[in-house]
Design a protein around this ligand. Structure first.
Ligand SMILES: *[C@@H]1O[C@H](CO)[C@@H](O)[C@H](O)[C@H]1NC(C)=O
Ligand SMILES: *[C@@H]1O[C@H](CO)[C@@H](O)[C@H](O)[C@H]1NC(C)=O
Ligand SMILES: *[C@@H]1O[C@H](CO)[C@@H](O)[C@H](O)[C@H]1NC(C)=O
Ligand SMILES: *[C@@H]1O[C@H](CO)[C@@H](O)[C@H](O)[C@H]1NC(C)=O
Ligand SMILES: *[C@@H]1O[C@H](CO)[C@@H](O)[C@H](O)[C@H]1NC(C)=O
Ligand SMILES: *[C@@H]1O[C@H](CO)[C@@H](O)[C@H](O)[C@H]1NC(C)=O
Length: 421
């Protein structure tokens, strides 16, 4: 096995605060050979710098249009926001260590001073008091992978300005959790299900796997499917895990795989797998419309921003300002996965529309606004630098997850606008 394959799973790991030291130690020792995924990020490297002024002036042209009814919240640009984030590492206790860039000593702060500005309207900031008021006695669930957990940290930080939730439950690995905002009787659940469909994942708590994932195209993951109708709002998202090496099942038979060494299986590819899985997920959502159903908010693919390599061979992300429009258009992986999502979502949307339930399915299309923020990732600030210096290994960058606070807060500002307005 090669050295570069050693740490390949860490990026999808949960890193609960209580475990992270142990996890780090283990990661350094990991010698189990991991299975390579077929990601080929197109590496783009463009000089940055002159963008800020241009962003502002283009924005002035569009600022005036405030027709909310027609406003596309996802079509816009980042503009300077001198007032900075709504909370910090010192005022919020829900930030996990590995995404707590402030605590981990990230020196540049400009990434905290941008606000998302849709062209056709202004996006108000998250109003925690109003949100809790409107969501009294409601239940929310965030269903997906570690990037959704990343978003939940921001969500809880924003809400805890008005009320601190208490934790009602956590799974032993802290990947699934539930909180209650007592005064408002609002429950927020986090359900870890990286494939949304049933998958056998042979990874220990350190993200090391010695057997391929077995993914079932025709069985939903019961961790969410059985309780789904009990919620009032669910945010669903996935995608990243489909890039991994996996064997695919349907009707109790192996139908193919992605990147498997066993050449007797057909290579179906991750786009096919994602598309099959989303069909299953949306079939579940659209088939239950006779019952109490939650409002489903489907969040789109998250682009990563590795440069000069990938996440397992020294790729970095050290930019400190957003991209200009057109400066970076995403990788081939981004384009493919996004197309799959939009296609499957559109099919489901039509079914909901024909049943008069269109308001129960919403697209949280954070792709474009996230694509513009190479500066918003955790980068080398997963841990406080001294942890890595002691160990004399090269710092591995996380250019997939986002600093909290950071641009990921805008995802929740948009949720607020989508469901409360
Ligand atoms: C913005 O809209 C207001 C009212 O509709 C109008 O009076 C003003 O001239 C507009 N400003 C620009 C720069 O278009
Ligand atoms: C927050 O981050 C700052 C550095 O930006 C650090 O000095 C402070 O100790 C941190 N506070 C907490 C509670 O993590
Ligand atoms: C809290 O909300 C749940 C629904 O989420 C409801 O069943 C329950 O009765 C509420 N509790 C109180 C004390 O109002
Ligand atoms: C699995 O079973 C379903 C329902 O019987 C069928 O529509 C589908 O084609 C089958 N898939 C495969 C790969 O055999
Ligand atoms: C980012 O890292 C590259 C390679 O190490 C370096 O050349 C560049 O100056 C760094 N940029 C910033 C803004 O630190
Ligand atoms: C991104 O797409 C736009 C519009 O198609 C194009 O003008 C621009 O050159 C592209 N940028 C890059 C870096 O490929």
């Amino acid at each position: 096995m090669t050295n570069k394959k050693k740490h390949m799973s860490w990026i999808w790991q949960p890193w609960p605060s209580s475990l992270h030291r142990k996890t780090d130690n283990m990661l350094a020792k990991v010698t189990v050979c991991l299975l390579l995924i077929g990601v080929s990020y197109r590496l783009l490297f463009y000089p940055s710098g002159s963008g800020v002024k241009q962003l502002v002036s283009t924005n002035e042209i569009n600022r005036n249009s405030t027709d909310k009814g027609k406003c596309n919240l996802f079509d816009g640009m980042w503009i300077p926001n001198p007032s900075g984030p709504a909370y910090t590492n010192s005022t919020c206790r829900f930030i996990e260590d590995h995404q707590n860039c402030l605590m981990n000593g990230r020196p540049d702060k400009e990434y905290l001073h941008w606000g998302w500005k849709p062209y056709q309207c202004d996006l108000p900031l998250f109003d925690s008091y109003l949100f809790l008021d409107v969501m009294r006695d409601k239940t929310w669930a965030f269903i997906g992978d570690s990037i959704l957990r990343n978003q939940v940290q921001s969500f809880l930080c924003l809400l805890s300005k008005a009320e601190e939730p208490v934790e009602l439950y956590h799974s032993s690995d802290f990947k699934s959790r539930r909180w209650l905002f007592r005064k408002h009787n609002l429950t927020v659940s986090l359900i870890w299900t990286p494939f949304l469909a049933h998958a056998e994942i042979f990874e220990n708590e350190n993200g090391v796997s010695d057997a391929p994932i077995q993914l079932h195209f025709d069985i939903l993951d019961q961790s969410w499917s059985t309780t789904y109708t009990k919620f009032d709002y669910v945010v669903i998202s996935g995608g990243q895990w489909f890039l991994k090496y996996a064997v695919y099942w349907e009707n109790n038979s192996v139908v193919g795989c992605h990147n498997c060494p066993d050449k007797s299986h057909a290579e179906l590819g991750y786009e096919f797998a994602y598309s099959k899985t989303l069909q299953l997920v949306f079939r579940h959502i659209t088939s239950l419309i006779g019952e109490h159903i939650p409002v489903v908010i489907f969040r789109t693919w998250t682009p990563s921003h590795f440069e000069n390599g990938q996440w397992f061979d020294g790729g970095i992300c050290n930019r400190t300002v957003p991209y200009n429009e057109g400066e970076f258009n995403g990788s081939d992986v981004d384009h493919g996965m996004r197309e799959v999502e939009l296609r499957e979502f559109e099919k489901a949307r039509k079914v909901m529309e024909s049943s008069g339930k269109l308001n129960y399915l919403k697209l949280l299309d954070t792709y474009q606004l996230s694509l513009m923020r190479p500066d918003g990732h955790v980068g080398s600030y997963r841990t406080f630098p001294r942890f890595d210096k002691n160990r004399k290994r090269k710092v591995q960058y996380d250019c997939l997850h986002w600093c909290v606070p950071g641009p990921i807060d805008a995802w929740n500002d948009i949720i607020m606008e989508m469901v409360v307005k």
